[in-house]
Design a binder for this molecule. Structure first.
Ligand SMILES: NC(=O)c1ccc[n+]([C@@H]2O[C@H](COP(=O)([O-])OP(=O)(O)OC[C@H]3O[C@@H](n4cnc5c(N)ncnc54)[C@H](O)[C@@H]3O)[C@@H](O)[C@H]2O)c1
Length: 329
């Protein structure tokens, strides 16, 4: 088992991590699941006496205040006091909404993240962002708050479908590209099927953890994590408006291709990155740039009508706040 220390909590990675759920000092325990984490993951947790299970329907459409209402109702019904604990067992959906509901119930009860998708292991559970969608805007309502611990069992990935696994892998690729040449060399020289997930997850988290410790509230350095995401979010919005489903990581892979093109790299390195992504991952079509610019105009990071990108200065190095006029793209 590997341990990574974050600001005020530890991140344990390995099958044995689940043995570190200590509920002894809590008066009540709730386990938050969706139907898939209930079906595939719940029975892998050690038995917790008197824990209640709160089940949500899975999917981004349910990451809203109605689901929060349901969660808070359950906590009230079972008389949860301030010394209660919430275990968020699921992907980024469960982590985000569970973290938010726990952080606000009775002004905050403790919670532990037990992520069950690759995306939530390497990204969503790390960094203290919690929240829900509101008025069709993603994560509009939320709070920064850290869990008591994050327990990661890579065995949960065995039941995840290939498309979800590869989508989560986009964030591993991003971490390597912005910060760690050795991780890039490792993932580009090993077959996907042969990955040692425990090692890759740990290295990927190390990178995000280092960055967020320097800049917990996203004032500077943390923006590096946005590489691929300026175009990526525009691609997600474009496909949603076309009524065509797209996974977050698929949009981010395309975003990384487009943002590699405007990065400060030799043509050879640009080709190395783009070829790796194109050869290994089946991706939807890249929409026309003019279509994407319409969405990027509203990006929160923009200033003075310029679009703000975090870009690569080398493989394993990156730079924030690169501003482009629309006609320069
Ligand atoms: N807080 C952050 O910093 C942060 C960062 C990135 C993404 N997010 C959020 O994360 C969410 C996306 O997370 P996600 O990609 O994990 O999606 P998800 O939680 O919706 O999970 C994807 C699907 O996999 C299923 N699933 C989960 N674990 C499984 C398992 N072990 N076996 C089989 N099926 C399983 C789920 O039920 C769901 O159908 C979005 O809401 C996004 O906004 C948050």
């Amino acid at each position: 088992m590997k341990e990574i220390i974050s600001s005020n909590h530890s991140i344990l990675i390995g099958k044995e991590s689940l043995l570190h759920i200590d509920t002894s000092k809590y008066s009540n325990v709730a386990i938050l699941v969706d139907e898939n984490s209930k079906k595939f993951c719940l029975d892998k947790l050690p038995k917790i006496k008197n824990a209640i299970t709160i089940e949500l329907n899975s999917g981004e459409n349910y990451k809203n205040l109605s689901s929060c209402n349901f969660i808070w109702q359950q906590l009230v019904k079972h008389e949860f006091d301030r010394k209660s604990l919430m275990l968020n067992l699921g992907g980024g959906f469960i982590g985000d909404i569970g973290g938010f509901c726990a952080s606000t119930y009775k002004r905050g009860i403790d919670f532990i993240h037990i992520p069950t998708t690759l995306l939530s292991m390497v990204d969503a559970s790390i960094g203290g962002k919690t929240g829900v969608n509101f008025n069709n805007i993603k994560n509009l309502v939320g709070i920064f708050n850290n869990p008591k611990s994050i327990l990661i069992n890579p065995e949960f990935l065995k039941t995840l479908n290939d498309q979800e696994l590869k989508s989560g892998f986009a964030e591993v690729v991003k971490h390597a590209l912005i910060y760690d040449l050795s991780l890039w060399n490792q993932i580009t020289s090993t077959k996907f099927e042969d990955f040692n997930w425990e090692g890759i997850i740990a290295q990927s988290i190390q990178i995000k953890n280092k960055i967020i410790l320097q800049d917990p509230l996203e004032k500077g350095e943390r923006k590096k994590l946005n590489f691929g995401h300026t175009y990526g979010h525009a691609i997600e919005s474009y496909y949603i408006n076309q009524g065509i489903p797209i996974l977050h990581g698929e949009a981010i892979f395309i975003g990384m291709i487009l943002e590699t093109d405007i990065s400060f790299l030799s043509e050879k390195k640009k080709d190395e990155i783009k070829n790796f992504i194109i050869k290994n991952f089946k991706l939807p079509q890249i929409p026309k740039k003019s279509e994407l610019i319409k969405y990027m105009r509203n990006d929160k990071k923009n200033s003075s009508k310029k679009i703000n990108f975090s870009l690569l200065t080398n493989i394993g190095e990156s730079k924030i706040d690169n501003l482009f006029l629309e006609n320069e793209l």
